[in-house]
Design a protein around this ligand. Structure first.
Ligand SMILES: O=C(O)CCC(=O)C(=O)O
Ligand SMILES: [Mn+2]
Length: 208
């Protein structure tokens, strides 16, 4: 099921975040929203990808859409604050994010969400992480991409052109400020043959 397309960087022997200076390479989107893209942040990303695909208790979810129940087009897992994480590299990554962003954020990252996009039919539609405090407060959501590259779109809420990034294995995207309530993000479906991608989302307490 898993097709692997990794960079040489991502295939290194151990899994570890590279040093990160919060605020470096920040792109201001407007309306108080910003993003930072740190390419090849996680050394050994392909190794972690393989471990997570195998070891996580992935859930296939179903949701009400209008008047019927539909399959959510991706597999998910969620680790609440204090729950043991499925891989020690995720704890190291969260600690590195705290070191880089903790002072500015004013609180630690607390939860880990995981998505598995099995192929190009899997996706997430445009949304902001606005369940909980993300609806009202500035926050940061840090997404580490593993496995196959996929497009990641951002657009202002209420309309406007979207920006397109391609996230590859080991890349870190941090969405900050008002981004969750003033912008929306998506991983669109693609007809191109693409391998499996896993994303790891680090969020603060009360943001989902
Ligand atoms: O997979 C991604 O890069 C984003 C996932 C996401 O936006 C979410 O789970 O809220
Ligand atoms: Mn999201």
């Amino acid at each position: 099921m898993v097709a692997l397309q990794g960079s040489l960087f991502a295939q290194g022997p151990s899994v570890a975040p590279r040093s990160l200076v919060g605020g470096a390479g920040r792109t201001v989107l407007g309306q108080g929203a910003w993003i930072e893209l740190h390419r090849d942040w996680l050394a050994g990303a392909d190794r972690l990808f393989e471990r997570l695909v195998r070891s996580v208790a992935w859930r296939a979810e179903r949701r009400y859409m209008y008047d019927r129940v539909v399959d959510v087009p991706r597999l998910c897992a969620f680790y609440a604050e204090g729950e043991p994480l499925p891989d020690p590299a995720l704890s190291a990554a969260m600690a590195a994010l705290d070191r880089a962003y903790g002072a500015e954020l004013g609180e630690p990252f607390a939860t880990v969400g995981l998505c598995c996009y099995r192929d190009g039919r899997d996706s997430v539609a445009f949304h902001g992480d606005t369940v909980g405090r993300g609806a009202t407060d500035d926050t940061m959501v840090a997404v580490c991409s593993l496995g196959a590259p996929r497009a990641f779109l951002l657009r202002p809420r209420g309309g406007g052109p979207s920006s397109r990034l391609v996230l590859s294995g080991g890349d870190l995207l941090v969405m900050g400020g008002s981004c969750q309530r003033t912008f929306e993000h998506a991983v669109p479906k693609t007809r191109r043959p693409v391998g499996t991608r896993v994303s790891v989302q680090f969020r603060t307490r009360g943001v989902r």
